[in-house]
Design a protein. Structure first.
Length: 179
């Protein structure tokens, strides 16, 4: 079975202690910190097996309309928009970076084309934020009839209640297997 891993927004602004959106306004904690090592382990297992990894990375212009809802973050060519050091892609042939400008990895990107080209039997999804970019991307995968696996220890959200609701929605509505 050919697997593919999608890593969503494991960027400095979301995951590093100095990131603009790294601290949950609800819990006051660095919400992504607990998933970094499990994501790193999964990424390393994909690398060792020579399986494809797609990195979805948030990227915005300085005047992006999304900043009406969230503080400015992941601005093009800034430290905040870079993948965290612990996870930096190392195999250009097997690891592809797709820049996204909205929540879904499918919106105005070539993710759909790349998935068709790679033809995975199963797509595993990890990253942040569970209730926003992870869930919207998983919805796009479900709409394209992919078999989806979400690693619960590899997804995080600044809002614990929204995180749990998103996991339930992805499992119940989108048919994702939560492991």
């Amino acid at each position: 079975m050919k697997n593919l891993l999608i890593v969503v927004d494991m960027l400095n602004d979301f995951c590093h202690k100095d990131g603009v959106l790294a601290t949950s306004p609800i819990t006051g904690e660095l919400y992504a910190e607990p998933i970094i090592t499990p994501v790193q382990n999964l990424v390393e297992s994909y690398r060792a097996a020579g399986l494809p990894i797609i990195w979805l990375t948030d990227g915005h212009s300085k005047n992006d309309k999304e900043f009406d809802r969230f503080p400015p973050h992941a601005i093009f060519d800034t430290w905040g928009a870079k993948i965290i050091d612990e996870l930096k892609p190392t195999k250009p042939g097997d690891e592809m970076i797709i820049l996204k400008r909205r929540y879904s990895g499918f919106f105005n990107t070539d993710l759909g084309f790349q998935l068709t080209r790679l033809a995975p039997e199963k797509v595993e999804v990890v990253g942040v934020c569970t209730s926003i970019c992870v869930m919207d991307t998983v919805g796009g995968l479900a709409n394209r009839d992919y078999k989806i696996v979400i690693h619960k220890n590899c997804v995080a959200d600044f809002d614990p209640a929204a995180h749990e609701a998103a996991l339930a929605r992805m499992e119940g509505l989108y048919g994702a297997k939560i492991v």
